[in-house]
Design a protein around this ligand. Structure first.
Ligand code: DQA
Length: 147
């Protein structure tokens, strides 16, 4: 069975109360439920994790090698700063979708830079929590059709 790791970075544990005008009222637990439902529909395995620490996120990515077939990564603010996370993704060669709840391109200029985008198959942003099931579908489709 195809298996995906859905990994969430710093401050995403606070979803629901964190800047709801930007991120909405949905909690990370709600998002995990959405992902589980989508995975059931598509007959996929998923693992869901969150960390506020860059090193722990990197450890999760390393541990995914040989266990999961693809990665959905909302790296939070590390998206815009972490060469180490970018290197972790390229080192494991896991097909990766970069995900954001908000449209990072419509926000402050520093959010327009993404180190993850350089090593990702593609990016989904701006659709709030609905982006997660979209990313699962997109990644499953990519894995199914890659040469
Ligand atoms: C975010 C966008 C980032 O710029 C921000 O630092 C976050 C959340 C998003 O999901 O919209 O923490 O990744």
């Amino acid at each position: 069975m195809t298996s995906l790791l859905i990994l969430n970075g710093p401050n995403l544990n606070l979803l629901g109360t964190r800047q709801p005008e930007i991120y909405g009222h949905v909690t990370l637990a709600d998002i995990e439920e959405l992902c589980a439902a989508k995975a059931r529909d598509l007959n996929l395995g998923i693992a869901f994790a969150q960390s506020n620490s860059e090193g722990t996120l990197i450890d999760h990515i390393h541990a995914a090698r040989g266990v999961h077939d693809g990665l959905i990564l909302n790296a939070g603010a590390y998206t815009h700063s972490s060469i180490a996370l970018m290197d972790a993704v390229s080192s494991t060669e896991l097909p990766t979708i970069e995900l954001h709840l908000s449209n990072i391109h419509a926000r402050e200029a520093f959010r327009h830079v993404s180190y993850i985008a350089r090593v990702a198959v593609g990016q989904i942003c701006g659709f709030g929590a609905a982006g997660y099931p979209m990313a699962i579908e997109a990644l499953a489709n990519h894995l199914e059709h890659r040469p």
